[in-house]
Design a binder for this molecule. Structure first.
Ligand SMILES: O=C(CO)[C@H](O)[C@H](O)COP(=O)(O)O
Length: 799
């Protein structure tokens, strides 16, 4: 008797025919293509998956028949099970026909929507680092929200929003159902808490609940039987049983025999994925999950990940060396190098860090290079750095009392015995190598066997079908020798993070709309920006210098028509809109709150809203302000008593919610209070209040400019903002002192410099008048001359 496991991967679909002991009899693979319509986007055609499925299964079955002769026939196939890539999202019409290409898991177009999901602070986000880590744009809810916001016609016609997995199962059986596995690990569903209704409600996308498949089946449950067309397409018999699958990597856990608490699967390829089984629920910063019942009833899955691992090794061989150099040769050279590579360290964040830092702006590094170091040193140091990244993930899990007793490893890293031993020694855990390296496909065969009743449950089936090849034991002496290089590795991220964050900002600044910024384009550039890339809105005075920005303070605008006031300020050349959100407690003025911001964001989707919160408890407002649409959130050092750790925590929460963090200092607060924060790159901006915070129209306190100069001396590339009493005369002093972001309220909006017309008085002849839906219309020409005067020092400053 036989079983068929199918693994629908990113680039191809593989089908395998297995016997009941888990031995692979025959297999076949069929590729499909991915389209990349825009940077960061990735799409696939569902019809291509269907074609690949038919081809691969037919070929594998044919090969099995050839090999086994009379011992094999289609009647001997007990069940089929398919896994697929996860959060590959398909929109189907009422006839269950795709309305557009599928958004592949790696498609990153929904980054803004992911930040909005994180900003809700919903209970369902416990699986995202206990609600403290960002939500990935890969996941189901951000992608669905993107569809709703950007393709409303598709959204309205979509009767079903589902996964690659669900689409294939539907084509095979006519039953539309989802897998508990996919829903638990990427849809914010939980068998404990149910559907994420409150999350979807906060996002205004409650209808997704009725678009998702209404039935959920656990991995291994029977989806149904192949109907005649499907059977014909696969070259199998009508009525063959189909078992529910799930996300490829998670089903791969089963194919590695990871079925008991304390076991962990390490799936390696271009990235590393750590998936462990825990006996109870746990959450913590830096880990994903746990997902209850996601692969096995009663078990909780904890997840960690390294974005680039095999891809780094491959990059070194392909780009730095020569593709013809064999890995075996590099392995031999690396094995002659002592542990720790004689002081050479590698930070493995070549594509950012997924866990535990969850930092998309982090980058890779080789540190400690000397002329003595050889090619073998560099190759070994890459392997060690990646293994250190795995150890850091295990250490983060162990902070939640999860310590794996063994790690079953699959994928590319298993091809190097040296690298396997490095992993085992660094992590001080035995590494288990199984005979079948196609873990997801075997995982599917295991699920098919349970569905067909061959084995009573998944653990029993896995014990019978997964064969251990070799166990690599850690060497205690080597583990001890890795301690010092590991500590060195951990220090790299802390030391380099400020540089990485600043560099990325500089790169963002260097190009706006494909052209390099310079001051002369100040009045020309447009205001369409990504909220998270607000610094790109301003022109730079040089690629390594921070940008020059004028932020118009709404405190001096006409509150009866804020939206048109914003339009007028932008049309006149202001770069950002400064919103003073005061709580009437920290300062004696009660101003604008999140509901107003939300209404303004709806009218101005792309502008940078630079929000200054003079409030007693900034942490309390982070999620609300983010959800309302702030780009930047600046809070006061004084309200946290200048405590660096407390400020770092609030700044971290602001960043995790998808905004840029800024720190504000009242006029009397010294620069020393924020030195550490700026050194570590925890905030993207420091605001030096040049008046006592509270009210517009005050005179600039000149002593504050000494603080600005002091900060600029220490931090040549930090964003320094000044606010209060900034006008055409004081802006020169502020810029000379080192400020690069000016906030001006009265000088932009004051009636003395701007003529305001009642709407009725605006005639057809007033071509330069900005016509808006508001009650007040401003003469943009006059507003612009006020703005140009405030901005004039930007044109003369030396970089
Ligand atoms: O934060 C503020 C007051 O606390 C205002 O943003 C600031 O004072 C700007 O107003 P003006 O340019 O009129 O001085």
């Amino acid at each position: 008797m036989y079983l068929i496991g199918v693994d629908g991967g990113t680039e191809s679909l593989r089908a395998g025919v297995y016997d009941l002991t888990g031995t692979l009899v025959a297999s076949s693979s069929s590729p499909y293509t991915t389209q990349y319509p825009s940077p960061g986007w990735a799409e696939q055609e569902p019809e291509d998956w269907w074609e690949a499925l038919g081809k691969a299964v037919r070929t594998a079955v044919h090969e099995a028949a050839t090999k086994k002769g009379a011992g094999f026939s289609k009647e001997h196939i007990l069940a089929v099970c398919v896994d697929t890539t996860c959060c590959t999202v398909v929109a189907l019409d009422a006839e269950r026909v795709p309305l557009r290409p599928a958004l592949l898991w790696m498609d990153m177009r929904s980054a803004d929507q992911a930040a909005a999901v994180a900003a809700t602070g919903d209970i369902a986000l416990k699986v995202n680092g206990d609600g403290q880590s960002p939500v990935s744009a890969e996941w189901m809810v951000p992608k669905s929200l993107w569809l709703k916001q950007n393709e409303p016609e598709v959204w309205d016609k979509a009767v079903t929003i589902c996964e690659y997995q669900d689409y294939i199962n539907f084509r095979l059986t006519d039953r539309m159902c989802a897998s508990v596995n996919n829903a638990s690990v990427r849809w914010h569903y939980s068998t404990a808490r149910g559907w994420p209704s409150s999350l979807l409600k906060s996002l205004g996308i409650s209808e997704l609940l009725s678009k998702w498949p209404q039935e959920l089946l656990a991995p291994g449950e029977a989806v149904g039987k192949l109907h005649s067309d499907a059977a014909h397409h696969l070259g199998l018999l009508e009525g063959t049983l189909l078992a529910q699958g799930g996300a490829d990597a998670f089903i791969g856990m089963l194919g590695l025999g990871v079925v008991k608490p304390g076991q962990l699967a390490l799936l390696t390829g271009s990235s590393h994925l750590q998936l462990g089984i825990a006996s109870s629920e746990m959450h913590g910063q830096g880990i994903f999950g746990t997902y209850p019942d996601a692969v096995l009833p009663g078990a909780h899955v904890v997840e960690g990940g390294q974005t680039s691992t095999g891809s780094i090794v491959n990059w070194f061989k392909r780009v730095i060396l020569d593709s013809t150099v064999e890995y075996g040769v590099l392995d031999r050279e690396a094995s002659a190098v002592p542990i720790g590579c004689e002081g050479l360290s590698c930070l493995d964040h070549f594509q950012g860090n997924r866990t535990p830092h969850t930092d998309a702006l982090s980058r890779g590094a080789l540190v400690g290079l000397t002329l003595k170091h050889s090619r073998g040193h560099v190759f070994r140091c890459l392997m060690e750095g990646i293994a250190f990244g795995t150890r850091l993930i295990l250490e983060t899990m162990s902070a939640q009392s999860y310590c794996p007793e063994s790690i079953a490893i699959a994928g590319g890293a298993t091809k190097s015995l040296l690298w396997l031993q490095i992993h085992a020694d660094v992590c001080n855990v035995p590494f288990v190598l199984t005979k079948d390296i196609e873990a997801p496909m075997l995982g599917c065969a295991i699920l098919a066997s349970v569905c067909a009743g061959v084995y009573p449950n998944v653990p029993t089936a896995a014990n019978a079908m997964v064969q251990v090849d070799v166990v690599i034991q850690p060497n205690a002496q080597a583990h001890a020798l890795y301690q010092q290089p590991y500590e060195q590795y951990k220090g790299l991220y802390t030391a380099l993070k400020p540089t990485f964050h600043r560099n990325i900002l500089s790169q963002e600044l260097a190009i706006v709309d494909g052209r390099v910024n310079d001051c002369t384009s100040l009045s020309l550039h447009d205001h369409s920006v990504q909220r998270s890339n607000c610094f790109t809105t301003a022109a730079s005075i040089g690629t390594s210098s921070p940008p020059c920005i004028l932020s118009a303070s709404l405190l001096a605008a006409d509150f009866s028509c804020l939206s048109s006031e914003i339009s007028a300020a932008l049309a006149a050349g202001c770069d950002w809109i400064h919103i003073d959100m005061f709580d009437g407690s920290y300062v004696d003025n009660f101003t604008i709150g999140p509901p107003v911001l939300k209404a303004l964001r709806a009218r101005h989707p792309n502008v940078c809203f630079d929000c200054h919160l003079a409030v007693k408890d900034p942490a309390h407002y982070v999620k609300e302000v983010a959800a309302a649409g702030a780009s930047l959130m600046t809070f006061h050092a004084e309200v946290l008593g200048g405590d660096t750790k407390a400020m770092q925590e609030v700044a971290g929460a602001i960043r995790a919610a998808g905004m840029r963090p800024g720190i504000a200092l009242a006029p009397e607060t010294p620069a020393s209070v924020v030195m550490q924060l700026l050194k570590c790159g925890d905030v993207d901006l420091v605001l030096c209040m040049t008046v006592t915070p509270g009210f517009g129209g005050q005179k600039l306190i000149p002593e504050v400019l000494n603080k600005v100069s002091e900060l600029r001396r220490v931090f040549p590339d930090v964003n320094i903002q000044v606010d209060g009493g900034i006008n055409a005369s004081t802006s020169v002093l502020a810029v000379q002192a080192g400020a690069n972001i000016l906030v001006a309220g009265s000088a932009v909006f004051s009636p003395a410099s701007v003529i305001m017309y009642p709407t009725a008085a605006v005639g057809a002849g007033c071509s330069s008048t900005l016509m808006t839906a508001g009650f007040t219309n401003r003469d943009v020409k006059i507003l612009k001359s006020a703005v140009d005067a405030i901005k004039s020092p930007f044109f003369h400053v030396e970089s």
